[in-house]
Design a protein around this ligand. Structure first.
Ligand code: FE
Ligand code: FE
Ligand code: FE
Length: 171
């Protein structure tokens, strides 16, 4: 594809995010299954449902841009999901695994926040208000998910992980 203008670049970025979301849709049930905490599992399950809606929203965006719905391999999300898989294979005590899963999931959410932030800003600058509004809705969901994960870690799960791991004495 020849990139002549910002619309071409916007579409290319959207195809990357579309593939990233498809990967997240597959990975989130695995994260949910690996979770010990009911709240954490619920958070992953809820975000999986949101992710399906986000995929549909991107399909609406492609339609509004009069282009075919198509993904383009997102190697960044592949890498982040590979790292989450490695964490699940480390044989961690379940409480520590929860803390590590939150970290892995937040890395993926931060990638999505950066990506949606960019395409939202592109669309807004180009005057594509309907597209910008759709992307803003997803951006808000990704930020909210990141906040929920952070609250779970800080208010609850990190303490349990420290107790389960046996904290080394401070020097
Ligand atoms: Fe997403
Ligand atoms: Fe990407
Ligand atoms: Fe997300």
């Amino acid at each position: 594809m020849a990139f002549k203008n910002m619309q071409d670049l916007l579409i290319e970025e959207l195809r990357d995010i579309y593939h990233a979301e498809k990967q997240m849709e597959k990975a989130l049930p695995k994260l949910a299954k690996a979770s010990l905490s009911d709240e954490l599992r619920q958070c992953f399950e809820t975000h999986r449902e949101q992710t399906r809606g986000q995929i549909e929203r991107l399909e609406q965006v492609f339609e509004k841009l009069d282009t075919r719905t198509r993904g383009k391999r997102c190697e960044a999300m592949e890498g982040l999901i590979d790292e989450a898989r490695e964490i699940m294979e480390m044989g961690l005590p379940p409480e520590m695994l929860d803390a590590a899963l939150i970290g892995a999931a937040q890395k993926a959410e931060h990638y999505e926040i950066a990506s949606y932030g960019t395409v939202h800003a592109f669309a807004a600058a180009m005057g594509l208000q309907e597209v910008a509004d759709l992307l803003q809705q997803t951006l808000d969901e990704e930020k909210e998910t990141d906040r929920l994960l952070n609250d779970l870690a800080v208010n609850n799960i990190n303490k349990k992980a420290i107790q389960a791991g046996g904290q080394s004495k401070a020097a």
